[in-house]
Ligand binder design. Structure first.
Ligand code: NAP
Length: 246
């Protein structure tokens, strides 16, 4: 029980990787706060964790709106007195070749993935700075390191998260707050289930470990980065990609 009664806020955690991360923390004794844009799905996921005998709560929030994120953080701080760990996981894709990419597609992806991460760091870091303690982990992507055809918006948003992570790591280090990112490769979730078979085979050929990752693969590294064992690690981006971006 390495996170007993710690308050862990995971954005975009009603499903997919976020849900797996929240569950993994709850299995280690944390109170997992399920946050997502849809209130019903947040509540449903939190209840499913509680039904498994785990500790969970929910807080619906659209990460693109700073006022809504502030309100959520304040409610949690009133209720629990602190947020020990923040996992910025909410993210979307809107793929298109650059010449065809519409301004709305660019804006939507940058706003959810990058501005959403900014908003959550802004709302939660104030209390961490006061407490002189905290762990912030953001889910980037290997696409933010490698780039990808048809994903200029997504690659830019995830590269932005990596830069934000390095800057906040420097700014918050003196207050004992570590800030790190995880760059998953291709992980089996609803997001990647949309891939066509031909694209899936091509991707598999580029992965030395010859399989897609699982949400558990990402959750394990998230737990490590939030643990005492990682107290001396900050500003890093850990690739969880089966060797794709060696
Ligand atoms: P997912 O299954 O699509 O889950 C993303 C969650 O974020 C959904 O529950 C979604 O809610 C929520 N969300 C979307 N917009 C939001 C907003 N404005 N505010 C709050 N929540 C919002 O995605 P995933 O595959 O688990 O990915 C999770 C993270 O890992 C993302 O940041 C993604 O970029 C990153 N990642 C994924 C992979 C992969 O292979 N799957 C690889 C690298 C990185 P709705 O469903 O209601 O829209």
């Amino acid at each position: 029980m390495q996170f007993k009664d710690e308050i862990v806020l995971v954005t975009g955690s009603a499903r997919g990787i976020g849900r797996e991360i929240a569950t993994a923390f709850a299995k280690e004794g944390a109170i997992a706060i399920i946050s997502d844009i849809n209130a019903e799905s947040c509540q449903k996921t939190a209840q499913e964790l509680i039904d498994q005998g785990l500790k969970a709560d929910f807080a619906a929030c659209d990460v693109t709106k700073l006022s809504a994120v502030d309100e959520m953080a304040n409610k949690l701080l009133d209720k629990y007195g602190r947020i020990d760990i923040l996992v910025n996981n909410a993210g979307i894709t809107k793929d298109n070749l650059f010449l065809r990419m519409r301004e709305e597609e660019w804006d939507a992806v940058i706003t959810v993935n990058l501005k959403g991460t900014f908003n959550c760091c802004k709302a939660v870091s104030k209390s961490m700075l006061k407490a002189r303690k905290g762990k912030i982990i953001s889910i980037a992507s290997v696409i933010g390191i490698l780039g990808n055809i048809g994903q200029a918006n997504y690659a830019a948003s995830k590269a932005g998260i990596i830069g934000l992570t390095k800057s906040l790591a420097r700014e918050f280090a003196s207050r004992n707050i570590t800030v790190n990112a995880i760059a998953p490769g291709y992980i089996k979730t609803d997001m990647t289930d949309q891939l066509k078979e031909e694209a899936r085979q091509k991707i598999l050929q580029a992965i030395p470990l010859q399989r897609m990752g699982l949400p558990e693969d990402v959750a394990g590294v998230c737990l490590f980065l939030a643990s005492k064992q990682a107290d001396y690690i900050t500003g890093q981006t850990i690739k969880v990609d089966g060797g794709m971006a060696i």
